[in-house]
Design a protein around this ligand. Sequence first.
Ligand code: FDA
Length: 305
Amino acid sequence: MLRQALLVASRSGGVRKIVETAPGIRQVVRRFIAGETIDDALAVTQRLTAENLLVTLDVLGEDTSSERMAEQIVEHYTELLKRLADHGLGSRAEVSLKLTAVGQALDERLALDNARRVCTAARSAGTTVTLDMEDHTTVESTLRILHELRGDFPDVGAVIQSYLRRAEEYCADLAYEGSRVRLCKGAYAAPESVAFGDEDEVDKSYVRCMKVLMAGRGYPMLATHDPRLIEIAGALAVLHDRDPDTFEYQMLYGIRPQEQRRLAEQGDQVRVYVAYGSEWYGYFMRRLAERPANLAFFLRSVASK
Ligand code: FDA
């Protein structure tokens, strides 16, 4: 119930105004977000990569409503990728891209062309792009764009959300040689007709998907903070004789940082998803929805101001 309410609030302009102007909100947000500028993002990336972690950078912004806004996001990614290369970070940090940020809701073709420009900039910087998966209404369009892009950029990463009833089928389609696939539970509100509503069902689906990806020929990117799922991932890696460089764990910046380090220290690859930018509201609200303790932390911080 609380999760659903927070996810609905993540799309509400009225709640947005209240949250964005809450006292001390910026300090609370900084727990999950690297900052607002490219310099902030680079500083966090340098710190994490120095600790033997990999990074994927997300420029915050979604639901872009004009071509001009989409253009600004593309230009921002291009600048970010250039700066990553200048700092010699291309081999340790990639970018995550939301297609709605580059115009998917306006025109699929525009989003494809814009995503292609970001992929070109990533290639020049010696790195890759992963297409985040958003609201369930965008899934088929995102997969179409992914397949188009992979024609020229085979290393573009896909994301599959295990809460989708069709998740296992999507994973089977994507478990081919060279295919980078991030598996996550799914962070958006979705109706029962397309997604499992029960947490246990979502977790069981995650395990089924993980089995398909780990047994397959692609490159699984297991995005979860869930200790049980991380343990099963480790067991599957042993079962399928996978070397640590043939898959990776992924976690969000600010969530279970000790676990990120523990896995890296035992020789696994761990990539941290680092979001930054001024459009933090939707991302922040989805993090609150995931964990009541995060909501309590937010309310305590605001109340103490
Ligand atoms: P869940 O939230 O169920 O937590 C499971 C357990 O993990 C908890 O019971 C607790 O033990 C532990 N845990 C979680 N948070 C913790 C905390 N703050 N402190 C301590 N323990 C904690 N979603 C999407 O729809 N599209 C996308 O493209 C992406 N991309 C993405 C990238 C990466 C790298 C990650 C990690 C996640 C995403 N997500 C996403 C978000 C994802 O769908 C999901 O909402 C969150 O990862 C939360 O799910 P968990 O798997 O962590 O489990």
